[in-house]
Design a protein around this ligand. Sequence first.
Ligand code: CMP
Length: 139
Amino acid sequence: MAGQNTFTIIKPLAVTKGYIGPILNKISEAEFKITALKMLHLTRGEAQRFYEVHVGRPFYDDLVEFMISGPIVVAVLEKEDAVEEYRKLIGSTDPEKAEEGTIRKMYAESMQANAVHGSDSDENAEIEAAFFFPSSDRF
Ligand code: CMP
């Protein structure tokens, strides 16, 4: 059975451009329930650990640098089939390929500054949510 939870990050450029409100609004309009939420500035070590699966990829170092360039917003989202539904809402990783009306089409600048992260599986959703939120901070 598909899981009920996914995890998202509103990335630094989207935060500095003032898109926290509009992006959270899109999430609410799509009927996700926000069950955990906070704003923080990642350390280099945290960003390296979060994106550990991408170690060795040509974009890894730049991605880490970008993710520590400013504050981010992290959240856990609840909905039936959350991972898949949220991936539809955010659109393709490359904003140029994202469909009209998706979050990345509306708010992303590039593949790296692609406005939001969304988990790619139920298992990763739980790992990523736990990275930022102890169970006492999930509601
Ligand atoms: P995200 O969902 O945060 O997961 C990994 C991130 O790596 C991805 O979004 C992109 O921002 C970035 N990424 C993936 N592929 C590339 C690429 N080919 N070039 C630059 N950045 C990439």
